[in-house]
Design a protein around this ligand. Structure first.
Ligand SMILES: Nc1ncnc2c1ncn2[C@@H]1O[C@H](COP(=O)(O)OP(=O)(O)OP(=O)(O)O)[C@@H](O)[C@H]1O
Ligand SMILES: [Mg+2]
Length: 378
């Protein structure tokens, strides 16, 4: 997959710019606070349907403007014509999205068409940080690969939020039941969507673990052996469980522990409590691995996310690296560059020198105060 070009109007500090990319390595370079990450945020918006900074949509509109617009054109291997996606984000009202000029119903309909893997400094804590980071890693990857996954996830989260509100209400009054049926309804919904999500995550992690093992062995010359597996709060992780059995178990966990949940004030079982266990040489990497090893594992997870996307969809996604190379030592930096040679890369950096040794087909784009100052093809 190749991102051919992107144009911005009133997006962050970018007034009006169009930018085209080469098929190989593209380096967006410039001093701090010039707009490099803003450009990546714009590109990734089309893969994720929202900002990777967790920003509210209206925060992406250039100060004192009424709307931001962005358009991206990308090409898929084997397709004759490129695809264009565009977004209009008004300060008041909802964003509108278009594919090849036709209006889409929302982000869910857009996701899955343009695929990208983003790697930024916060991902370096994927192993050392909390479980929410690792769940979000799976959710973002799977939502781009399977549109139905995102649908199950949003339905699950809606039921979870309503159930949590009910728990809080019951905690306040000291009584479970205003209407016992409602607990069953939420349990049924969460078990149905939860079992779908569980099955996808489990299958994904089994394959991702194989990929990580290979990448890591290459990175450390076979000295260390990682293994990753899915950890469920309510289901067995062996993968033997059928979807119906998984659903029944989740339903049981959600209907038999209500008193305990009211005591703790939250839903204690379900896929929102699950995690990925990361082990290195059979030991828990979160506890025993060094900071360098944890970062290498995080790096391998991100590279493996790209491998998985290629295996499932047939081609590599676009790789977006925000400031991450400066955070890595030269061996890891060399590894990442070696590994990402056969796909399109768009990276930001304050030092263009890092990329002097890059192969032909690269493009160096200097960004200054939200504008493209200079483009050099290497
Ligand atoms: N809505 C907005 N309107 C106008 N400017 C904005 C808006 N949001 C952010 N900015 C500005 O955009 C500028 C560039 O931000 P960006 O994060 O892209 O910088 P960067 O080039 O990646 O810098 P660094 O190297 O420090 O990461 C910042 O100075 C910020 O104040
Ligand atoms: Mg930046």
């Amino acid at each position: 997959m190749k991102c051919n070009n992107i144009s911005f109007s009133s997006f962050r500090n970018i007034e009006n710019e169009s930018l085209s990319f080469s098929d190989g390595v593209n380096v967006l370079w410039g001093r701090n606070a010039q707009g490099k990450s803003n450009i990546l945020e714009g590109i990734y918006f089309f893969a994720r349907g929202r900002s990777f900074r967790g920003a509210k949509e209206r925060e992406m509109i250039r100060f004192s403007q009424s709307a931001a617009t962005l358009s991206l054109e990308f090409s898929k291997e084997g397709d004759r014509y490129p695809v264009s996606l565009s977004a209009n984000i008004p300060a008041d009202g909802r964003k509108t999205l278009y594919r090849n000029g036709a209006r889409l119903s929302g982000s869910k309909e857009m996701m899955g068409s343009f695929r990208a893997v983003l790697f930024c400094p916060s991902h370096l804590t994927l192993v050392s940080g909390g479980p929410a980071l690792r769940r979000s890693f799976m959710d973002i990857a799977l939502s781009q690969l399977y549109p139905a996954y995102l649908d199950s996830l949003s339905r699950y989260n809606r039921a979870l939020n309503q159930r949590n509100a009910l728990i809080k209400k019951a905690q306040g009054t000291g009584k479970i039941a205003f209407d016992t049926m409602i607990w069953d309804t939420y349990a049924e919904q969460m078990a149905t969507y939860g079992a779908d999500i569980f099955a996808r995550r489990l299958e994904y992690m089994e394959k991702l673990s194989e990929s990580i093992e290979m990448l890591f062995s290459e990175m450390t010359l076979g000295a260390e052996k990682p293994s990753l597996s899915y950890r469920s709060s309510a289901l067995t992780d062996s993968g033997d469980e059928t979807r119906d059995a998984g659903k029944a178990k989740l339903y049981e966990a959600l209907t038999e522990n209500i008193d305990r949940e009211i005591h703790f004030g939250a839903t204690l079982y379900g896929i929102h409590k699950d995690d990925i266990s990361v082990r290195l040489n059979s030991k828990d990497a979160k506890i025993y691995a060094s900071q360098g090893q944890q970062r290498s594992l995080a790096l391998a997870m991100k590279l493996a996310e790209g491998e998985m996307s290629r295996k499932i969809s047939g081609e590599y996604p676009v790789f977006l690296l925000d400031d991450v190379l400066s955070e890595l030592d030269c061996d890891r930096r060399a590894f990442i560059m070696r590994n990402l040679t056969d796909r399109q890369l768009i990276v930001t950096s304050c030092e263009p020198d890092v990329f002097r040794s890059m192969a032909g087909g690269s493009r160096l784009i200097e960004i200054c105060d939200g504008k493209i100052k200079e483009v050099c093809d290497g």
